[in-house]
Design a binder for this molecule. Structure first.
Ligand code: HEC
Length: 474
């Protein structure tokens, strides 16, 4: 009350002093010329509050998506909703200003002031003034006082580098000296997947920041520069894989879908939504025409890439095998090794040779291997495809012969649980990582521990002895 009286007196006195024809709208417009409407500061908050609930990428009915400027600009089913400079021709203005307005649907209409902001913003050219994303790291490297869980690792195809997951970054170690060579700092907080592609020219990293965004990063391994960051979904991305020609990527998501994206134009080619739970892994067939995905829903599904259509259930998921945590494709054949909750690695052929029967017999199964001492979280083939390694929640890592299933080695790969492992391309080393944050390097023929080091540099303080903390976790 007090304010409006003051305002009134103020306006009244201005009116008296100048004694000219004057309207409060003119004043508002003058102000507008000086200070254009800010998309970032004024429009985004309204979109977030009143529109985003229905117009976000996770909503299967949403044609229009308002969570980014680019998508808002792209428009919906009816085409562009915003014509810069022309609020009268912009669908968005028509829909928010009708009586009653069509949007926001079944909700409190926007206020006249808010509609005016939209109108002016479009009139002024509908510009995007979103500041370059705040760099969480400020150009500095993440610092650690406790070791992070190691969730992904990979050797470069030339064998020179071991890439290891950190928090907000991937760390590159020299595979001979185990010295830290480089730190690739990105936006995604959690790193779930690390994979080299295109003969080692590209390093692909997938992960995300939970409840915010999923991200795939592509790094140029010659310069250690980020080539591309592709965002998808609101949550972490898992199980990244590349098509053999490195033109496409596939990954699983916590929204139960598998996405295939073309790298050059970032176009989503496939959104496969036939899984009933989080999708943890994807692999392409040797010719790139199909992919297999694995999920917590216990299924392995075969999908044709060009059409995005479901082809076959690779395993018989009615057999009670439990959640599938990871898959790896045989380096030379269309065979996929699946591991998970029920502790038994199973090797399947991707393409069915025997027709499905009523009993849903596991006809694609080539071999079921020895049960591990805990649920299996990590799996990798040796580069020649003759051996595979698995890491389990007991902290153990084992190496097997693929063909005869013979156990060759058992190693303690972590004090708690092994979540990541990788064979050196020459077959001599197996690297493991997991809960305790340490990287262990084993002789892949001897099982001898050749090296052990912390996955990230730890800042120790007098009051906090990290080594003690870690050993205390056993
Ligand atoms: C309660 C759900 C809901 C809310 C909130 C909502 N919308 Fe919509 N909107 C819809 C539906 C449903 C459609 C029709 C399907 C579609 O295009 O997504 C639609 C369509 C549209 C379209 C046409 C898109 C096209 O396909 O061409 C525009 C523009 C639009 N809304 C703008 C807005 C704006 C701006 C807000 C916020 C001020 C808003 N909507 C809030 C549900 C909603």
């Amino acid at each position: 009350m007090k304010i409006s009286i003051l305002k009134f007196i103020c306006i009244f006195s201005i009116f008296l002093i100048y004694s000219v024809v004057w309207s409060p709208f003119a004043a508002a417009d003058n102000h507008g010329e000086k200070e254009p409407v800010s998309y970032h500061k004024q429009i985004v908050p309204i979109l977030k509050r009143s529109c985003q609930g229905c117009h976000h990428p996770g909503d299967p009915n949403a044609d229009l998506i308002v969570t980014s400027y680019a998508e808002l600009k792209r428009g919906g089913m009816a085409g562009e909703a915003i014509i810069p400079g022309k609020p009268d021709e912009s669908l968005i203005i028509e829909l928010i200003s009708g009586d009653p307005p069509a949007m926001p649907q079944n909700q409190e209409p926007l206020t006249a002031e808010e509609i005016n902001l939209f109108t002016r913003w479009i009139l002024e050219g509908a510009k995007d003034d979103t500041p370059a994303e705040a760099d969480e790291t400020n150009g500095e490297y993440p610092s650690y006082t406790v070791p992070p869980v190691v969730s992904a690792m990979a050797y470069s195809p030339d064998g020179s580098t071991l890439a290891v997951s950190g928090v907000n970054e991937v760390l590159l170690y020299d595979s001979k000296s185990f010295e830290l060579k480089a730190r690739l700092v990105g936006k995604a907080r959690r790193i779930q997947s690390i994979i080299y592609a295109d003969g080692g020219k590209i390093l692909g990293i997938a992960g995300g920041s939970p409840a915010q965004f999923g991200e795939v990063q592509l790094w140029d391994t010659a310069t250690n520069k980020l080539i591309k960051s592709i965002r998808s979904t609101y949550d972490t991305i898992y199980g990244l894989s590349f098509s053999p020609d490195a033109s496409r990527i596939a990954f699983g998501t916590s929204d139960k879908t598998v996405r295939v994206i073309s790298i050059t134009d970032e176009k989503e080619l496939v959104r496969f939504d036939n899984h009933g739970d989080w999708v943890f892994g994807t692999v392409f067939s040797t010719d790139g025409s199909h992919f297999v995905s694995c999920s917590r829903d216990t299924a392995l599904k075969l999908v044709e890439v060009d059409t995005g259509s479901f082809v076959d259930d690779v395993n018989s998921s009615n057999k009670g095998y439990g959640e599938i945590n990871a898959i790896a494709r045989h380096p030379k054949a269309d065979q996929v090794l699946s591991v998970g909750e029920d502790r038994i690695p199973r090797l399947y052929r991707m393409f069915r040779q025997t027709r499905r029967d009523v009993g849903n017999t596991d006809f694609n199964l080539i071999k079921a291997y020895e049960a591990q001492s805990g649920s299996i979280d990590a799996v990798a083939f040796s580069v020649d495809g003759s051996k595979f390694a698995v890491g389990s929640s007991s902290g153990e890592a084992r190496i097997y012969n693929v063909v005869d299933g013979k156990r060759l080695l058992s190693m303690q790969g972590d004090t708690v649980g092994v979540f990541a492992l990788a064979f050196h391309p020459d077959g001599t080393q197996l690297a493991t990582g997991g809960f305790d944050g340490k990287i262990r390097i084993f002789g892949a023929n001897s099982g001898k521990q050749l090296n052990i080091f912390m996955s990230v540099p730890i800042e120790t303080t007098a009051s906090e002895d990290v080594t003690l903390t870690v050993t205390g976790m056993t």
